[in-house]
Design a protein around this ligand. Structure first.
Ligand code: CP
Length: 320
């Protein structure tokens, strides 16, 4: 594996989940695979889970890890070609990525969208340039449009906790006070759509009008504007806010109640509730659900290690 950016970078969802579960059962059996290999984690935005779980995964594989908070500690990056750099940017991504590739065998990059210009964000220009210029395998730590390590974690968690062969999974839009990217729901949706093709889940997206995701990520999903109807027979509810894709980055007022609380949960098939975290309590997801027996959020966050470890394992194997 030379790149982990989307579900298209894995041949089979069920196979990579199985491999991740094997690593979870035996985390330290491959300690020599990453010996003398270096992972560089480059963050242009904050992180708790992605940073720590990917470091932990790399350490389980015997790797050395370097972390760069590029937004705070690095030179201001120029990403456009053909510009005279006489403004605020100091270093071009061509040199910055290439230099990091000299120090690292594998690189990870986190780069959020600006939510100003849809075409710019969805072109993934910065990410693509980083991949092109660094010259080593790259794992996405969340890009403008996707969060594949989170989504792989989510299908691992669903596989681990499902009690029926083909659970009904509902991605449920949730309220928020800020405009959030579509990266997590896009990515969750494209992984669930592929999992559905493989017969692993039955997948529904519920969101208020105006919050439809790009069709690029939702092929095969059932899509509804009726939360209560969608929650019926749900085995897993994946709660997440996102801003509008159509009116890019807009946040429309929503009058109906889209907060998942115990009353909403009672409509489901005793569903397990998931969220990628961080979560704003009683705004995005009720505290009673977060603290209740149906919440999987902590176990889900724990599984971030195995998603990262299986991806790094495949990348290390491709270096040999
Ligand atoms: N879920 C997730 O990616 O968490 P962090 O932003 O804290 O890494």
């Amino acid at each position: 594996m030379k790149k982990f950016f989307s579900v298209k970078d894995v041949a089979s969802v069920s196979e990579i989940v199985k491999e991740a579960m094997e690593l979870k059962a035996n985390p330290n059996t491959l300690e020599s695979l990453g010996k003398y290999k270096t992972l560089g984690l480059v963050f242009l935005n904050p992180s708790l889970r992605t940073r720590l779980s990917t470091q932990k995964a790399a350490m389980n594989l015997g790797m050395n890890v370097m972390v760069m908070n590029m937004d705070k500690d690095g030179w201001a990056l120029e990403t456009q070609d053909g510009v005279v750099m006489n403004g605020t940017t100091v270093e071009h991504i061509r040199e910055a990525a290439a230099v990091m590739g000299e120090y690292c065998d594998i690189l990870g990059l986190r780069s959020f969208p600006k939510l100003k210009n849809r075409d710019e964000d969805y072109s993934e220009d910065l990410f693509n340039k980083f991949i092109e210029y660094c010259g080593v395998p790259v794992v996405s730590l969340e890009s403008a449009t996707r969060h594949p390590l989170q989504s792989l974690t989510d299908i691992i968690t669903i596989t681990e906790y499902k009690v029926t062969e083909k659970p009904k999974v509902v991605l449920a839009w949730a309220p928020h006070v800020k405009a959030l990217p579509q990266a997590v729901p896009n990515s969750f949706s494209e992984w669930m759509c592929q999992a559905q093709v493989e017969g692993l889940v039955d997948f529904t997206i519920a969101h208020p009008e105006g919050y439809q995701l790009s069709e690029e990520f939702t092929e095969g999903a059932k899509i509804s504007n009726d939360l209560d109807q969608s929650l019926k027979n749900a085995d897993f509810v994946y709660v997440k806010n996102w801003s509008s894709y159509e009116e890019y980055g807009e946040v429309y007022p929503v009058i109906e109640n889209w907060l998942i609380d115990n009353e909403k949960l009672a409509l489901t098939n005793n569903a397990k509730v998931m969220h990628c975290l961080p979560v704003r309590r009683d705004l995005e997801l009720s505290a009673e659900v977060l603290d209740g027996p149906n919440s999987l959020v902590i176990k889900e966050a724990g599984n971030r290690v195995w998603a990262a470890q299986v991806v790094l394992k495949r990348m290390l194997e491709s270096l040999e």
